[in-house]
Ligand binder design. Structure first.
Ligand SMILES: [Zn+2]
Length: 265
């Protein structure tokens, strides 16, 4: 075992030793049509028995992608059309400050209806804004549209940004977006995971927020696919680690999901 994997295993052991379970969840973004990469992704989830939150872009989503999703795969809403509407100088966003709240919410509701018709019971009422960006002031209004979950990137500030709306983010992005979109390497990826786990364990981050792994199947290189396989092997049956289903992550009763994790630090 290389030292990065040893360090990762050591962090999981620290969780186990204090009687807690390091829980993880997996979100993959940008599904829209059937591709070899999407098939590889869903097959990996089934084979590794690791549940997957598949964030699908409603506009233009091909009904075929919902045809044979594995048992542990649930669908999340990834924006509406994933089109960048940011003004010059503004950060990339489908939902820039310039769009009126009414128009924005209407678009989201329409996207949700479309996705609901396609994905049926697999769709969870969870919004994943493209580029992980959404106007903060409008987040509470998502609850009024029927959303119960919301997911971006980095440690959350609050579990409930609005009544009934639980935020659970992702924390490890293994792709070097600005350097050729390759895998960042197992050492760096595991270091990011250890960083979040240690922050949770020591109280520097919310201990009850599961550590989220964010992938983008369309751009994975072989090294990243191999890394994910190994990650699942190393964590799946290990005492001290557990992969949550997206429905557990976003919808489970608070006390059910986190009972184990709310013990004193
Ligand atoms: Zn995206």
């Amino acid at each position: 075992m290389t030292s990065a994997w040893q360090s990762f295993a050591a962090e999981l052991s620290r969780w186990r030793d204090c009687g807690r379970v390091a829980n993880f969840w997996w979100r993959d973004d940008d599904a829209t049509r059937p591709t070899a990469e999407l098939s590889r992704l869903t097959a990996l989830s089934v084979q590794a028995q690791v549940p997957l939150g598949l964030a699908v872009i409603p506009d233009g989503a091909d009904p075929a992608i919902f045809a044979d999703l594995g048992p542990g795969i649930e669908v999340l809403q990834h924006g509406v059309d994933h089109r960048n509407r940011a003004a010059a100088g503004e950060k990339t966003s489908e939902f820039p400050a310039s769009e009126s709240p009414d128009a924005l919410l209407r678009r989201i509701a329409t996207g949700r209806e479309r996705l609901q018709a396609l994905a049926g019971a697999r769709l969870l009422p969870v919004l994943v804004p493209p580029w992980n960006r959404f106007p903060v002031a409008l987040v509470p209004l998502l609850a009024g549209l029927g959303f119960r979950g919301y997911s971006t990137f980095a440690s959350r500030e609050s579990e409930y940004p609005a009544n009934g709306l639980r935020q659970v983010n992702t924390h490890v992005d293994p792709i070097a977006w600005k350097r050729g979109r390759g895998f960042i390497g197992e050492e760096r990826a595991l270091a990011l995971a250890i960083e979040h786990l240690a922050a949770r364990r020591t109280g520097a981050a919310d201990v009850t927020e599961p550590t989220g792994w964010l992938t983008h199947h369309a751009v994975h290189d072989e090294a990243l696919w191999s890394f994910l396989e190994r990650l699942f092997e190393e964590t799946r049956d290990r005492a001290g680690a557990r992969w949550l289903r997206p429905a557990e992550v976003f919808l489970a009763d608070d006390t059910t999901m986190t009972r184990q994790d709310r013990t004193d630090l």
